[in-house]
Design a protein around this ligand. Structure first.
Ligand code: NDP
Length: 286
């Protein structure tokens, strides 16, 4: 029997997740369906309950429901058994599993980002000076997997400094990188500093804007990573013009986080390189 999965968001029509999971299923011979479901802004929890009651096996969660997904997992205590190891530090959840009438939640975004950086882009986070820009859901989902990689320095910068400070207070840190070693900064205060990896986890690119970072921010050989995908962004152009050696959008992260969700649901690891290549051919960014 075909096992049903979905991605829930609002808006959702633009989502590439159904295409990616269908490619994974075809490649691995898994009998699954995967659809995009638009949930009303005030109807996320009801949508999740409906899917679970209809026998879906799990779902992905996207904007703007990732924080609410975490609350569902934690609130409905009788239905919760645990959170995946990879998500135990995440307050934003992108993957749910429905099992024995229980809802299990975790976050695969951070694993996806780290895998894209280390495997697809052949870079290392270990020992690097890392700047994470943004303090929203995307930043929240990736912070612990990045800290797990043992960077040399980790700075979170945000347009509204207060939000970065609040975000830091939610971070538990890792054995490798305690939270006291995480710094918080405004963009202007980054003046004079250089980073080996600069990650844009803000939603500025959606509006064709970018954070107000200094032109000298990129260390020699730096990687500039925009989580946005599907178009060249002002941050990516800025990075090319100001010395970044590698400039990437977030398509690889999207595919890698999907692969991790697929693995959690199906116990099978799809080949991501071929899927990424196919998607890349359809999108304008090289
Ligand atoms: P949020 O709305 O939660 O994040 C908003 C963040 O962006 C805040 O830190 C906000 O700063 C900052 N911001 C918004 N506009 C600007 C601006 N003009 N200049 C500077 N900072 C700005 O969004 P998400 O965190 O959910 O998503 C962020 C991005 O990551 C999106 O583009 C999303 O598509 C992408 N993403 C990609 C994934 C992938 O797989 N590739 C996975 C997840 C997300 P302030 O606090 O000051 O308001």
């Amino acid at each position: 029997m075909t096992d049903k999965y979905a991605v829930i968001g609002n808006p959702i029509a633009h989502s590439k997740s159904p295409l990616i999971h269908q490619m994974f299923a075809a490649q691995t011979g898994q009998d699954i369906s995967y659809e995009a479901i638009l949930a009303p802004l005030d109807g996320f929890a009801a949508t999740v309950e409906r899917l679970r009651d209809q026998g879906y096996k799990g779902c992905n969660v996207t904007v703007p429901f990732k924080f609410e997904a975490c609350r569902i997992v934690n609130d409905v205590t009788s239905k919760v058994i645990d959170v995946f190891d990879l998500g135990e530090n995440a307050d934003a959840i992108n993957t749910l599993v429905f099992r024995n009438n229980k809802i299990i939640g975790g976050n695969t975004d951070g694993v996806g980002l780290v895998r894209d950086i280390t495997q697809n882009l052949n870079s290392n986070v270990a020992g690097k000076r890392v700047l994470l820009m943004g303090a929203g859901g995307a930043a929240c989902g990736v912070v612990h997997p990045l800290l797990d990689q043992r960077p040399q320095e980790f700075v979170i910068a945000n347009r509204t400094l207060e939000n970065a400070i609040k975000f830091k207070q939610t971070i538990r840190g890792t054995a490798q990188f305690p939270v006291r070693s995480v710094s918080v900064s405004s963009y202007p205060n980054l003046s004079g500093k250089q980073f080996d990896i600069v990650i844009n986890a803000t939603s500025a690119s959606l509006m064709d804007e970018m954070p107000n970072i200094p032109k000298t921010i990129f260390a020699p050989g730096a990687l500039a990573y925009d989580m946005m995908y599907g178009r060249d962004t002002p941050f990516m152009k800025f990075a090319r013009e100001h010395g970044a050696a590698i400039v990437s959008d977030g398509l690889g992260m999207l595919v890698e986080q999907a692969a991790e969700s697929f693995y959690i649901w199906r116990g099978v690891r799809p080949d991501t390189a071929s899927v990424l290549k196919k998607l890349r051919a359809e999108l304008p960014i090289a």
